[in-house]
Design a protein. Structure first.
Length: 275
């Protein structure tokens, strides 16, 4: 498929390279708990991103204001991308284009108004869920995995035997490290709110007091013993603590909105052809 913007061809290879870059970034976010986007959606994002980049580059090419060598040197020295691994002469044209694009974006956001204290407070009042920390616990477990009813019965027997060891004085952590099917870090699961573990596990874990150890708990993964180290009650952040971050968030939204409006104007005036 051929894609062109105002006569400038965008190759499949460049779209694929953008997709791969987005995919790497998405994998990092997913590892931190963010939801994973479908591949087809990410490929469409890559396509749209290349269209927007091309529109900005075309607009930048119309900028007749000179880019000084000082600007180029400053950009080159501060670049975190592969530009600063290229000889300056090779990178110079690309840098000049990026500086011009920065000018376009800066100009698009010149009219953005400042966020007022009243707007900051209104956002805080209208979005309490954003500033409330849910109830959390710090817990560990010992588990024997099972997939079938027969395996579940065997796992339950094994967990009961481990429970007896702990009741006789064995250390939960030492037993977890040696006998649990997930013994890494002595079974420590870290701190988590409701909704991250299966229902059967959470129903018991959140009723335990710090230092408490459950009896055998059966889940779709097998059979567990659970130990809770700490409990953290739900709490709300005071407005004074989050006001600055709210203001910056709203300001960023306004800047992004202004940039999106500018790019939309470029798209509306462009000839974009797929063949």
């Amino acid at each position: 498929m051929t894609l062109s913007v105002n006569g400038t061809e965008i190759t499949d290879e460049s779209i694929e390279a953008t997709f791969k870059q987005m995919q790497q970034q998405a994998q990092q976010r997913t590892a931190q708990g963010a939801p994973e986007a479908p591949e087809a959606q990410m490929r469409e994002w890559a396509r749209q991103s290349m269209i927007e980049q091309t529109l900005l580059q075309q607009k930048a090419a119309l900028d007749c204001e000179a880019v000084t060598m000082d600007e180029i040197h400053d950009f080159y020295r501060g670049s975190r991308e592969n530009l600063n691994t290229m000889p300056l002469e090779e990178a110079k044209n690309e840098i000049a284009s990026r500086i011009r694009i920065s000018r376009i974006i800066r100009k698009a956001t010149e009219g953005v108004t400042e966020v007022t204290d009243e707007e900051t407070r209104a956002f805080f009042d209208d979005n309490p869920v954003h500033f409330t920390k849910p109830e959390q616990i710090h817990a560990a477990h010992i588990v024997k995995h099972a997939k079938t009813p027969v395996e579940q019965a065997t796992a339950l027997d094994a967990i009961r035997a481990i429970e007896a060891e702990i009741e006789a004085g064995a250390s939960f952590e030492e037993v977890a490290g040696k006998q649990s099917d997930c013994g890494d870090n002595q079974g420590d699961l870290g701190t988590f709110p409701r909704g991250q573990m299966v229902e059967e596990f959470e129903k018991v874990a959140f009723t335990l007091e710090p230092g408490g150890i459950s009896g055998p708990v059966e889940t779709p993964f097998g059979c567990h013993l659970i130990k809770v180290y700490e409990k953290f009650e739900s709490s709300s952040e005071p407005f004074e603590k989050v006001a600055d971050s709210i203001s910056k968030h709203l300001e960023q939204q306004r800047h992004q909105g202004a940039i999106s409006d500018m790019i939309k104007g470029l798209r509306d005036a462009a000839t974009i052809v797929e063949a």
